[in-house]
Write a protein that binds this ligand. Structure first.
Ligand SMILES: NC(=O)c1ccc[n+]([C@@H]2O[C@H](COP(=O)([O-])OP(=O)(O)OC[C@H]3O[C@@H](n4cnc5c(N)ncnc54)[C@H](O)[C@@H]3O)[C@@H](O)[C@H]2O)c1
Ligand SMILES: O=C(O)C[C@H](O)C(=O)O
Length: 390
């Protein structure tokens, strides 16, 4: 049984009591306690559906049944804590390593009392990074400062670039084969920074580097379901481009189920999805940015990645990845990707075909902004001397 958080989730069907692996998958969320035996987990069946796109004839689930090690860097923060809890609940995870520069001991002790199988170990201070990262299958980086009202994500660059640099260099040294999920903003620049640093260290595998943009999809699904009065679990809206303002491009014309929108609805929904982060920043009034919805979204993306590693042949999520398959002039772009045993197996570039006039115009408009953020990240990393960790 697997913890499933995403609309495009597909996993072992005994959660739902379905007898056939070919049966339509269910989106479930887990409630309450887990006794240590995964069969005792409670699942809420929200709906039964097949994710986009349809499974190919050869798709199948070959479960390694978990045993994965996930490391979370920045685990004591606003995102890190609820994310750690959600990952502690995943039966796919046997080891959960938590790293932060503060407060990690308390978080580790607290989480360690949950009777789910993953063993939680806390690490703090640079000298502990090696132990935290050794053998990690997935490394998640939510470390960094969040926005306050009036700031853009790019305003975080000067602080977060250095944090991401330090942590990615440690991943290169101690967990070079892991999948790396970057949450720290500005994602449009921090992912290019990571790519350059991994190249400098000689361990770059573009299939294994991800900017986490799942929250944009989660928001788009929620807002579209509300607007069109659709069952939440039915809705799947691809969001492409990047993760800041106008670079966030929801493709409403490609939403599932097929839905028609007026021009006003497209404009209103697109603007809401693009500004949703700011909506939360303003509502928190200086208390930070999205943490709970972000933890939910990151858990969904981690779970999808683990299912890919585990051999599930039908896992798709949107993510900001190093690939020019979708837009040749942009070396990083958020697309729907197929996740497999080695990370990205395929970038679904076809999704950018047949866009509406509105979407095509928005895509053209976002390119200079996204390119500038990519170039800024690359330039930063190229000016940095690489540091080997002990
Ligand atoms: N990708 C997205 O969709 C998305 C969504 C929400 C927030 N974010 C970003 O995530 C980041 C974190 O947000 P938050 O609300 O959790 O912030 P937070 O301040 O609550 O937590 C950040 C944590 O990082 C830790 N940290 C700082 N420097 C570190 C280092 N060198 N090594 C390890 N840990 C370190 C801090 O101690 C803190 O615990 C921000 O940059 C925010 O903009 C991204
Ligand atoms: O808006 C932010 O600064 C945080 C995050 O990128 C979000 O989209 O919520």
């Amino acid at each position: 049984m697997q913890l499933r958080l995403g609309a495009s989730s597909l996993a072992a069907d005994h959660v739902s009591g379905l007898s056939s692996r070919r049966a339509a998958p269910l989106m479930c969320c887990f409630l309450g306690h887990a006794s240590g035996s995964s069969s005792q987990w409670q699942a809420v069946k929200l709906r039964s559906r097949r994710p986009w796109p349809r499974a190919g004839a050869g798709s199948r689930i070959v479960a390694r049944a978990g045993g994965y090690k996930v490391a979370i860097l920045g685990a004591a923060g606003g995102i890190g804590q609820p994310l750690s809890l959600l990952i502690k609940m995943s039966p796919l995870v046997s080891a959960l390593h938590l790293y932060d520069i503060v407060d990690v001991e308390g978080v580790t002790a607290d989480l360690g009392h949950c009777n789910t199988p993953a063993k939680v170990v806390g690490f703090t201070g640079q000298e502990d990074l090696a132990g935290c990262l050794a053998g990690a299958d997935v490394v998640v980086i939510p470390a960094g400062v969040p926005r306050k009202p009036g700031m853009t994500r790019d305003d975080l660059f000067s602080i977060n670039a250095g944090i991401v640099k330090e942590l990615v260099e440690a991943v290169a040294d101690h967990a070079p084969g892991s999948l790396i999920h970057i949450i720290s903003n500005p994602v449009n620049s921090t992912v290019p920074i990571a790519a350059e640093l991994l190249k400098q260290k000689g361990v770059y595998d573009p299939r294994k580097l991800f900017g986490v943009t799942t929250l944009d999809v989660v928001r788009a699904n929620t807002f579209v379901a509300e607007k069109k009065n659709l069952p939440l679990a039915d809705v799947d809206v691809p969001v492409v481009g990047g993760h800041a303002g106008a670079t966030i491009l929801p493709l409403l014309s490609k939403a599932r189920p097929k839905t028609s929108f007026t021009d006003e609805e497209v404009e209103e929904l697109t603007a809401r999805i693009q500004n949703a982060g700011t909506e939360v920043v303003e509502a928190k009034a200086g208390g930070g940015s999205a943490t709970l919805s972000m933890a939910y979204a990151a858990a969904r993306f981690i779970e999808a990645s683990l299912r890919g590693l585990d051999g599930d042949g039908d896992v798709y999520e949107c993510s900001y990845v190093p690939s020019q398959a979708a837009v040749p002039e942009l070396p990083f772009f958020a697309s729907r990707v197929k996740l497999g045993r080695d990370g990205v197996e395929e970038v679904v570039a076809a999704e950018l075909r047949g866009l509406t006039h509105f979407e095509a115009r928005a895509l053209e408009a976002l390119k200079p902004q996204l390119k500038a953020s990519i170039d800024k990240g690359v330039a930063y990393a190229q000016q940095q001397p690489a540091v080997a960790m002990a």
